[in-house]
Design a protein around this ligand. Structure first.
Ligand SMILES: O=C(O)CCC(=O)C(=O)O
Ligand SMILES: [Fe+2]
Length: 365
């Protein structure tokens, strides 16, 4: 951990429940709606301290109505229940900007996905080709793809818009904690590549081990992820290298730090590995990934490198990191890339912790 004198200590801050070690702390964020700057900074410090240790926390009092969340799940359930051939009318590979249906067969390159079996629907800010910042051919900017179900669009947009606003607010609170100027991070989120995923996991037929991995261990590539899940199965890798179950509560959103924010904070915040097990036959979740703008040069913020901490991360462009990682995750993008340069297997430098934990697990005692 950094010896950073200008930041509040990361120990001894209130977490509002006592749970087994390693379980991401539960933090009430209702004060985010207050104007009082002291209350907002205190809340920012609570979130920031969790971001610095676990890299994961859970929030309650976030203000998104359960009804809005349930309506989005209802839309997802209806869509995923349609026949495969119908769903493929909105196949993500048909979209120029990576929006739409991700079938079970769109399998990423993960060594631990023993029984991988999930489908998804990916969307984001429903941009127009006339938006400032829209560049044809760039992934994740531009309009969404919508199924022929008006209720789907209504329910999913309503949830998207609220979780996107909440994500911005949490990033502002983290700016307060970091003691960086307001907007140091959030002013670089004007045309973001942020995405909402509707996820539907189905335990593959013939899966004998219900603790096998469905979604493989990974970090998230963006700044912050706000996840709602209805079902158990999510696990996080603790600082000591143990996999811990994240409890499920419908009133709670699970939040984690992603690669961009780890680098931006010079490693002060932790992009924490996580994975999903096949604990139940069927599982739904909805992660929202808060990203920086495509052209953002992510380099450690000046305030976080001058306090006795050298810069630990070479600068990178947000869009390059995200597009590179999506090529690992999506065969249709790999196929497109093959017609150009072949870059070989894609690894993520932020996932070294996963490789270290796997190596420790494999070592005889
Ligand atoms: O489904 C979940 O609980 C987690 C999903 C996830 O980690 C992801 O999509 O990046
Ligand atoms: Fe994730």
């Amino acid at each position: 951990m950094h010896p950073s004198p200008r930041l509040p200590a990361s120990k001894g801050q209130a977490v509002e429940c006592t749970e087994p070690a390693g379980v991401p702390p539960l933090i009430d964020v209702s004060a985010r709606r207050l104007q009082d700057p002291v209350a907002r900074r205190e809340l920012g410090d609570r979130l920031g301290n969790a971001a610095r240790t676990s890299g994961f926390f859970r929030i309650k009092g976030h203000g998104i109505a359960l009804q809005t969340i349930e309506a989005a799940y209802g839309a997802a359930r209806r869509f995923f229940a349609r026949p495969d051939a119908e769903k493929r009318r909105w196949y993500i590979g048909h979209s120029p900007n990576h929006r739409g249906y991700v079938p079970f067969t769109e399998k990423g390159d993960y060594p631990d996905e023993v029984h991988r079996s999930y489908e998804a629907f990916d969307l984001g800010h429903d941009g127009s080709r006339n938006d400032p910042g829209y560049v044809p051919g760039r992934l994740l900017c531009g309009p969404n793809v919508w199924p022929d179900d008006a209720e789907f669009r209504k329910a999913v947009s309503a949830y998207h818009d609220q979780v996107a606003a909440l994500g911005q607010d949490l990033c502002q609170l983290l700016e307060l904690h970091l003691r960086v100027p307001a907007g140091a991070i959030t002013s670089r989120m004007r045309n973001p590549m942020s995405q909402l995923r509707l996820l539907h996991y189905v335990r593959a037929a013939g899966t004998r081990d219900a603790k096998s991995v469905n979604m493989g261990a990974h970090t998230d590539y963006e700044c912050l992820t706000l996840l709602h899940t209805r079902n158990e199965g999510l696990q996080v890798l603790t600082e000591s290298g143990a996999w811990i179950d994240v409890p499920v509560d419908p009133r709670v959103l699970v939040v984690n730090i992603g690669d961009m924010l780890e680098a931006w904070t010079n490693g002060l915040f932790r992009s924490t590995p996580h994975r999903v097990l096949n604990l139940r036959p069927e599982r739904f979740s909805m992660p929202y990934f808060v990203s920086a703008d495509y052209d953002t040069e992510i380099a450690p913020l000046p305030g976080l490198v001058d306090a006795g901490c050298a810069s630990r991360y070479p600068p990178f462009r947000a869009g390059d990191h995200l597009e590179r990682m999506l090529r690992r995750d999506f065969p249709y993008l790999r196929a497109q890339a093959r017609s150009g340069v072949n870059e070989g297997p894609v690894t993520n430098p932020f996932e070294d912790r996963i490789r270290a934990a796997a190596a420790a697990e494999a070592r005889p005692d």
